[in-house]
Design a protein around this ligand. Structure first.
Ligand SMILES: O=C(O)[C@@H](CO)OP(=O)(O)O
Length: 211
């Protein structure tokens, strides 16, 4: 039996708009972020999918994205599990700083390494590997068993917490994950085989503008 796993990054947040490192801070969606969640939700609704359960983080930009998507799906009361295991990567001392100011201070390359490398943590924060070390066990114990039972599972979370999952699902190397950026509000539909490998991946939107 194979199940379906849909991953969606939250719509644009207020701090995405202000170009601030966010991490575990808790800004809400902007009007554009609301629109992005609506567009992603509509794209999912158009596939005719009905979910058995949803997961989200402890942060309101992901929770509110999920709420909007579930509204579009006509499943506003779907059972939802919230867990901080799915939170964004903790940006440590960079949280709240402007990304361009950080580039001016530490250099373009260093900031890119902090943002996108696999194993270099930002000062006082989590590397992608550290993030994966909490996301992946949660996925294995709470999410994957349901997918393998044939359920359809929706996960609304964050750019880097989802990159840590995508890295493993798509079998990407440390070098390959450096170039991966997830667009806000664009659902990724994975169908998994019974052995938990990926049978197919369908991206319902445009990832090319993500940065
Ligand atoms: O600020 C953050 O928490 C993340 C996601 O918006 O930023 P980045 O894309 O730089 O990892």
């Amino acid at each position: 039996m194979s199940g379906t796993l849909v991953l969606v990054r939250h719509g644009q947040s207020d701090w995405n708009l202000k170009n601030l490192f966010t991490g575990w801070k808790d800004p809400d969606l902007t009007p554009l972020g609301i629109q992005e969640a609506e567009t992603g939700g509509q794209a999912l609704a158009d596939t005719g999918i009905k979910f058995d359960i949803a997961f989200t983080s402890d942060l309101k930009r992901a929770q509110n994205t999920l709420k909007i998507v579930l509204g579009k799906l006509g499943q506003p009361d779907l059972e939802t599990i919230r867990d901080q295991a799915l939170n964004e990567r903790d940006y440590g001392d960079l949280s709240g700083l402007n990304k361009d100011d950080a580039r001016a201070k530490w250099g373009e390359e260093q900031v890119h390494i902090w943002r996108r490398s696999y194993d270099v943590p930002p000062p006082g924060g989590e590397s992608l590997r550290d993030t994966g070390a909490r996301v992946w066990p949660y996925y294995l114990t709470e999410i994957l068993p349901r997918v393998l039972r044939g359920e359809k599972v929706l996960v609304a979370a964050h750019g880097n917490s989802l990159r840590s999952l995508v890295m493993v699902l798509d079998k990407l190397t440390k070098e390959e994950i450096l170039g991966v950026n997830l667009a806000t509000g664009v659902p990724m539909v994975y169908v998994l085989n019974a052995d938990s490998t990926v049978a197919s991946k369908d991206v319902l939107g445009d990832m090319s503008g993500a940065h």
